[in-house]
Ligand binder design. Structure first.
Ligand SMILES: *[C@@H]1O[C@H](CO)[C@@H](O)[C@H](O)[C@H]1NC(C)=O
Ligand SMILES: *[C@@H]1O[C@H](CO)[C@@H](O)[C@H](O)[C@H]1NC(C)=O
Ligand SMILES: *[C@@H]1O[C@H](CO)[C@@H](O)[C@H](O)[C@H]1NC(C)=O
Ligand SMILES: *[C@@H]1O[C@H](CO)[C@@H](O)[C@H](O)[C@H]1NC(C)=O
Ligand SMILES: *[C@@H]1O[C@H](CO)[C@@H](O)[C@H](O)[C@H]1NC(C)=O
Length: 428
């Protein structure tokens, strides 16, 4: 008897928990148009028929759960039902993820993973620069934000003003903090106040462009420094972050690998990736100013830049200002840290051969290459569908031609059909 009550109690509890877990995402209606200016909102604009939206759904309820204890409310809007919202927020595609705070609107463009979306919302939730007031907070911050900027000093003065401005620009992309020397204690190496650092991979790096007698220049160097330092030393490059990486104006040095469905990489590719990573880890000072390293798990992303199917694994360097790319002359097996360094030297002194670029000829060829790739992959995925798709327009086209060229024949055929019909009728 007792055990039965217990079981039903557990079941009830489970049902309640499930319900609250499910209901943490608020289903919004067009009344949201009036409500959205109160507080902070993270909203997914979706359409029921959209497959990407369906894929995002489980991620979205995790996001809602993670942000449960914050002032950010997580909701979603069915844009096929509430078209007034679609037009008010100028939604162009599904799903669109928006962060709304008062009159401000930010569109999320990164990878649709729980971690990245949560970080995006948390960054925008507070002021551009958040203050750290307790020494203990550093442990948590270091653990949860693998990368952040830190200004140590008072909230006034030229460097502070510029830091604050820059933080405002990059708020959606990085965490910015401010603290005082006695709070920081020995969590960061500080000699002079004010100090500006970036924390990543358990290390601090200084901002050293401190010549305050030339303000315009400090503004520019600070902006460039933040723009370049907001990425880890060796990030995974994805559809979600590659556009941001292009903004660094550095050369992108990419280890091109292939992940399987479970995001696993074969051991030999891992070895290659680690070898490429070792180059930047060991020679950071030498290469950091001009090269951003990274690795890629889906070659399609860069095949269209290189306009060829790259061997896997392989190394590709992209000049993000001109869109030229460089490919080492040696095969992948012969690449060692030393060979890669020589290759990077050649890119620096512009003696390495370069391919591609942004001329209209290259762009045209790139479009053609992309179209070809899409068609080939569709063909491999589903030849029958492909035949129908290609066949349909062809069929229509021939029908139209037929109609234009021989209208009489078509009419005649119609007559024939009618006759045939009557014939059958009579037969019956
Ligand atoms: C950064 O600054 C701190 C204090 O000014 C100094 O001790 C440290 O050596 C600097 N680190 C680098 C990499 O310049
Ligand atoms: C700072 O900038 C001024 C003016 O551009 C220049 O004269 C001075 O040498 C610079 N100081 C340092 C330490 O670079
Ligand atoms: C600082 O630099 C940024 C980016 O180059 C620019 O948008 C901004 O207007 C500059 N601010 C000042 C005060 O010069
Ligand atoms: C990209 O190429 C241009 C033109 O060759 C060159 O001036 C620039 O320095 C290159 N960018 C990098 C980051 O090396
Ligand atoms: C460029 O660097 C490579 C590698 O260090 C060197 O062999 C080559 O002679 C250099 N070319 C020029 C034009 O300086």
């Amino acid at each position: 008897m007792v055990s039965l009550t217990r079981i039903s109690f557990a079941a009830l509890l489970y049902a309640v928990l499930m319900h609250t877990a499910g209901s943490r995402v608020l289903e919004l209606s067009d009344r949201f148009l009036d409500a959205h200016k109160d507080g902070q909102w993270l909203v997914m604009m979706y359409a029921p028929w959209c497959a990407h939206c369906k894929r995002l759904e489980p991620v979205w309820s995790h996001v809602a759960q993670h942000l449960h204890a914050t002032p950010i409310r997580v909701g979603r809007v069915d844009c096929t039902r509430f078209t007034s919202i679609t037009s008010a927020f100028k939604i162009k595609g599904f799903p669109t993820i928006l962060f709304l705070k008062g009159d401000q609107k930010y569109i999320y463009e990164g990878d649709r993973t729980r971690e990245e979306i949560v970080k995006f919302a948390l960054r925008l939730s507070g002021p551009p620069v958040q203050e750290i007031t307790k020494t203990q907070s550093f442990d948590l911050i270091k653990k949860e934000r693998d990368l952040y900027f830190l200004y140590v000093g008072d909230r006034h003065g030229v460097l502070w003003e510029l830091y604050h401005k820059t933080a405002n620009i990059f708020q959606a992309h990085a965490f910015f903090y401010q603290s005082h020397p006695n709070v920081v204690n020995n969590h960061a190496p500080i000699d002079n106040i004010p100090a500006l650092l970036v924390y990543k991979e358990n290390l601090h790096y200084n901002f050293t462009g401190h010549n305050l007698s030339n303000l315009d220049q400090v503004n520019e160097t600070l902006y460039k420094w933040v723009n370049a330092e907001r990425f880890p030393t060796f990030p995974k490059v994805t559809r979600g972050n590659i556009n941001q990486l292009f903004l660094t104006n550095k050369n992108l040095v990419l280890a091109v690998l292939e992940e399987n469905q479970l995001e696993e990489v074969a051991p030999d590719m891992l070895e290659f990736r680690d070898m490429v990573e070792s180059v930047i880890k060991n020679k950071r000072n030498k290469y950091h100013d001009h090269f951003q390293f990274g690795w890629i798990g889906s070659p399609n992303l860069v095949n269209s830049i290189a306009m060829m199917t790259l061997p896997i694994p392989s190394l590709l360097v992209i000049n993000t200002t001109t869109n030229h790319h460089h490919i080492p002359e040696d095969e992948t097996e012969k690449l060692t840290p030393y060979v890669i360094e020589l290759f990077l030297e050649q890119i620096r002194n512009e003696s390495a051969p370069r391919y591609g670029g942004n001329s209209w000829l290259v762009c045209g060829y790139r479009k053609w290459f992309e179209m070809k790739t899409v068609l080939i992959s569709m063909w491999k995925g589903n030849p029958i569908l492909m035949m129908v798709l290609l066949g349909l327009p062809f069929g229509f086209l021939s029908l139209i031609c037929y109609g234009i060229c021989c209208p009489d024949l078509l009419d005649a055929k119609d007559d024939e059909d009618e006759n045939a019909g009557t014939y059958h009728m009579k037969n019956d």
